[in-house]
Design a protein around this ligand. Structure first.
Ligand SMILES: [Zn+2]
Length: 529
């Protein structure tokens, strides 16, 4: 008898909880999501790149929707959290490498120079050039750097190693492991610049042919308050033709130098006589403001409202490509941003707010390096110690299409099937995982748990992890259109977006509304503490 009473009470409680969420849940629908997405990922938004008028306009779109839905702004009365940034960009057309003879006459000049590092100011270097083979050394005693003085020199090295250049190994665009080790020891010798050139046995002639030039962003954005450190030396790729010009006075071209190393079985490193070289990389800077957008659903409990659950999604994208074509960023991350709007509406439709506060943060500058979420984590509306969990959504709109084959920047594509979503989490709280599983079940979506390590790029939940705040990152997978012109609304699975919206709404509601704070049984250590 007792058991039955208990069972009925349980049922009633479950029913009233479900019922309390019902008004919210029924407001979530794919029609809204499609309408939002059609605007937000349109060509008119020009790819929403941080620092552009269209990025400001997309922030305004979110802000005005929050006004319409009735969310609270921050304590200063605004929804926009303004951040000071500085943009630095290389004046590509004005880059130059010049070779001078003994009399100071320019004998060669080129603008084919692809610099790796974003400097905060114009770089101007002049000096003697040292050819240092592959810049390689190993335990067999082979050492391209032995007995040559690199201090204040411009050092020219080839990619790869004396062995790998002659193996059947396909030349890679840039082998970080091999080149990183070489650059590390060259750096210790204090050069002014390191010029890299693809070894002549490589299948690439230069950084344009390998695609590396396209991978290096033309500009970079950073918080203007943060003193940025430049790399202590310039690192740039030159063409094999330029390398041949630099080597001219040795009587050998680059291919001959490579053959000499092979034939003699030892380094042929040498300071090149009779020339000096100057390099100029002009850098322009621009100061501007960009915004995160913050909307608040204040908790109904006078004490617990000082704690919060936060939803994050970055609303910026990568703008236009080099040909001026727009990357619309429908999946990345109009999808997560518009899910947040739909979830915010669901919370506003509830008859009673949850006990705790729910914060919605559309963060900016993710594509520039998680800038907006880092700014928020340092300037939160509710302190990080009182932030129970971050639910971060970045790319939640795609299901596997026939075109999703191959790799993206070396990573396997892992787009989920319809009705599936992946999560990345450090499993900080087993209670949270249980709540997630029941929310997923109620929403009819299958969750694939990928653990903590992303294996690619990153996203804004990492700014919360850095503060020791538990987080779950929701993600539908890497597809063939990532950061490309094909990331369009037409390829979005709205059914999936609706299910994701319902799941994260239910999950956030459960965490925000239960009397006890979720137990964090496996906390992450905040960074720098
Ligand atoms: Zn993204």
């Amino acid at each position: 008898m007792k058991k039955i009473v208990l069972f009925i009470i349980c049922l009633l409680t479950a029913y009233s909880v479900l019922n309390a969420q019902k008004e919210g849940l029924t407001s979530i629908n794919k029609g809204d999501l499609k309408a939002y997405m059609t605007f937000f990922a349109s060509d008119e938004m020009a790819g929403r790149e941080t620092g552009t008028p269209e990025n400001d306009a997309s922030a305004l779109f979110i802000k005005t929707n929050l006004m319409r839905l009735g969310l609270k702004p921050m304590s200063d009365g605004d929804y926009l959290q303004k951040m000071p940034f500085v943009e630095t960009s290389v004046d590509i057309k004005e880059r130059s490498l010049k070779i001078y003879d003994n009399t100071g006459k320019v004998t060669f000049s080129t603008d084919s120079l692809v610099s790796f590092s974003q400097s905060t100011k114009t770089i101007e270097i002049e000096g003697n050039v040292v050819f240092a083979g592959y810049g390689y050394f190993d335990s067999t005693g082979y050492n391209d750097l032995k007995g040559i003085d690199l201090k204040d020199k411009i050092v020219l090295i080839m990619t790869r190693t004396p062995v790998s250049a002659y193996s059947n190994e396909k030349g890679r665009v840039f082998n970080e492991r091999v080149e990183g080790k070489k650059l590390g020891s060259i750096f210790m010798a204090g050069p002014k610049a390191v010029l890299l050139v693809y070894d002549p046995k490589n299948n690439f002639k230069d950084a344009y042919a390998s695609g590396l030039a396209d991978m290096i962003p033309a500009s970079s954005v950073a918080p203007s308050t943060q003193g940025r450190r430049d790399m202590p030396f310039l690192l740039a790729f030159i063409t094999q033709y330029t390398a041949d010009q630099l080597l001219k006075s040795t009587g050998n071209n680059l291919a001959q130098m490579q053959e000499n190393i092979k034939r003699e079985g030892k380094p042929v490193s040498t300071e090149i006589q009779g020339i000096t070289t100057s390099i100029k990389i002009p850098v322009n800077t621009r100061d501007f403001f960009a915004s995160n957008i913050i909307g608040i659903v204040e908790g109904s409990d006078p004490v617990l409202r000082n704690e919060c659950v936060i939803y994050t999604a970055h609303f910026d994208h990568t703008g236009k490509n080099r040909e001026g074509k727009i990357n619309n960023g429908a999946d990345d991350n109009a999808s997560g941003s518009m899910v947040l709007l739909e979830v915010a509406e669901a919370f506003m439709k509830l008859k009673k707010e949850p006990l705790r506060t729910v914060v919605f943060a559309w963060v900016n500058g993710e594509e520039k390096g998680l800038l907006g979420s880092q700014y928020y984590a340092n300037n939160p509306v509710i302190p990080m110690e009182k932030t129970l969990v971050d639910f971060n959504l970045d790319m939640v709109g795609r299901s596997k299409l026939p075109s999703d084959t191959g790799k993206f920047a070396g990573y396997d594509l892992d787009v989920t099937q319809p009705g599936e979503i992946m999560i990345y989490t450090a499993h900080e709280s087993s209670e949270l995982m249980n709540l997630l599983n029941s929310a997923a079940q109620e929403s009819g979506i299958k969750v694939i748990d990928k653990g903590k390590d992303l294996g690619f790029g990153g996203s804004d939940h990492e700014s919360f992890w850095a503060k020791g705040v538990p987080a779950i990152f929701f993600h539908s997978g890497i597809h063939a259109d990532l950061h490309n012109v094909g990331d369009d609304v037409e390829k979005i699975d709205f059914d999936k977006m609706e299910k994701v919206s319902k799941m994260v709404f239910l999950l956030g509601y459960k965490v925000a509304n239960q009397k006890s704070r979720i137990v964090v049984d496996n906390p992450l250590k905040p960074q720098g503490q």
